[in-house]
Design a protein. Structure first.
Length: 476
């Protein structure tokens, strides 16, 4: 049993209590309690350095016990971690309000739990060997990366700061790809945004840190027993000391990162250097968690925003987004006297497709038409599903002649496509084209109506017609 700092474990759940005890007993002195009375007695006798309390304990709610301990002068400064399940969000909130310093959720990620416990047990003595410049650097790094929202930028900042502060040969942050490959994500001697793969078998110090989730310190790599299997590969290296530190916060959130620093000097990894690197790693882990969460929320938000403007069936833009963009483009067209055109069309005899082949086949044809429109559209064009089997394309900076030409291409591509759902037969479309000419029409609604009316004039002529405003043209 380790005789380090003392942790009081208050938990009735035998499985989780045993799990925590086995993990903590390696490094700390662990004492246990089940009831509130036992807690108060052990606190008075043993003066624990940290207390872990399950919110569900006999005789009193864990939140209430936390509040009572925080209200007592003798125990108010002891860090308290509450253990909750994912469904006990109310207890988690009440616990923090009662003074809990942190929380642990079940099921537990032990590396993350151990990292949090170690962070809370860090006392002023941990900073004793640091120099004033070290503390200033930590403050500067903490302030800088706390407002940084790019995980890659955080990694680059950390490796560059450590490399410059200690004049080391190399400082890197290493992680695993989705395929399980070992990858250098950032390094003081690597170009920005460049990554390289590593062979784990060539880096036993990293393998050890991966397996144990503990800091690995080697002060003479050429003579250290751990490096024997790779001695032939390290003979010509110009560094002699190396530190590998896991960056662990919530592993499920930020993944697994390792800070690896190598120096030319033997016995370089002094207590001061190790503590400073560990503190930098902790700062980076916290910032990475926040940045990763921010990035995932931003990505999800962008995804939902994109989905909200897409048609559910065809995945091209929907009617609402078309109206919003047309309103903007029409205003711009009027303000700068730039041309703007619309193409409206629907599929000829589409009801017959649904009646003869079924609505599933009809839906698939609509999807394929949407794909064909996307492939034909220029970068500035906006293809959208207007409703049912009606489609529209907005064409900024396009005059009537150009719109008519593009309408012909669209009609030709659709007519020449073999749709498998209708036995590889083709379909035709009836089209209407409208354009802004000499400040007319007076509104974007009128521009839509002009194209819509032109499309219906085409349908009156039979399948495959294109009408431009009041000019009718047959497409053969």
């Amino acid at each position: 049993m380790a005789q380090g700092k003392t942790i009081l474990l208050v938990d009735e759940d035998a499985s989780y209590k045993d799990l925590l005890w086995e993990a903590l007993n390696v490094k700390y002195r662990v004492i246990e309690a089940v009831t509130c009375d036992e807690v108060l007695l052990l606190v008075a006798e043993s003066s624990p350095d940290l207390i872990i309390i399950d919110v569900d304990i006999s005789g009193q709610c864990g939140v209430e016990l936390c509040q009572n301990l925080k209200e007592e002068v003798a125990t108010s400064d002891i860090p308290i971690l509450l253990v909750t399940t994912a469904t006990q969000s109310r207890d988690f909130i009440l616990g923090l309000q009662a003074g809990a310093n942190d929380y642990i959720t079940k099921p537990m990620c032990l590396p993350a739990v151990l990292a949090r416990i170690e962070s809370h047990l860090r006392s002023q003595s941990d900073y004793a060997e640091l120099e004033q410049n070290d503390l200033l650097m930590l403050l500067e790094v903490s302030e800088t990366i706390s407002v940084t929202r790019s995980p890659n930028a955080i990694l680059r900042l950390i490796v560059n700061k450590i490399s410059n502060a200690f004049d080391v040969e190399r400082c890197s942050v290493i992680s695993f790809s989705n395929d399980g490959d070992l990858v250098v994500k950032a390094s003081s001697d690597l170009d920005k945004n460049r990554e390289i793969n590593l062979d784990m078998s060539r880096y036993p110090e990293i393998a050890e840190a991966v397996e144990t989730r503990q800091t690995v310190i080697i002060n003479d790599i050429k003579n250290h027993p751990m490096m024997v299997p790779v001695r032939e590969h390290i003979t010509g290296l110009n560094y002699n000391s190396v530190i590998v530190i896991p960056l662990i916060k919530k592993e499920s959130v930020i993944g697994t990162f390792f800070l690896r620093t190598a120096s030319r000097e033997k016995n370089w990894a002094s207590a001061r250097i190790c503590k400073l690197c560990q503190l930098m790693a902790n700062i980076a882990a916290n910032a990475l968690e926040n940045a990763t969460l921010f990035e995932s929320i931003k990505t999800a938000q962008e995804h939902f925003e994109e989905m909200s403007i897409r048609d559910d069936l065809t995945r091209i833009y929907n009617r609402r987004h078309f109206f919003n963009r047309l309103k903007e483009e029409f205003s711009r067209s009027v303000r700068y006297a730039e041309p703007l055109s619309l193409i409206f069309f629907d599929i000829d005899k589409f009801k017959d497709v649904n009646d003869n082949y079924g609505h599933t086949a009809g839906d698939q044809i609509l999807r394929q038409v949407g794909t064909l429109l996307t492939n034909i559209a220029r970068k500035s064009d906006l293809p959208a599903r207007y409703g049912g089997d009606e489609f529209v394309m907005m064409l900024p900076n396009t005059e009537a002649d150009g719109a008519y030409e593009l309408a012909g291409r669209v009609a030709s591509v659709i007519q020449n496509y073999a749709f498998a759902e209708i036995d590889n037969r083709s379909i035709t479309v009836s089209m209407g084209v409208s354009s802004c000419i000499d400040d007319q029409p007076g509104s974007f609604e009128e521009l839509i109506k002009m194209a819509d009316d032109a499309m219906y004039r085409s349908k009156e002529q039979g399948p495959g017609y294109i009408s431009v405003a009041d000019v009718e043209t047959f497409v053969r």
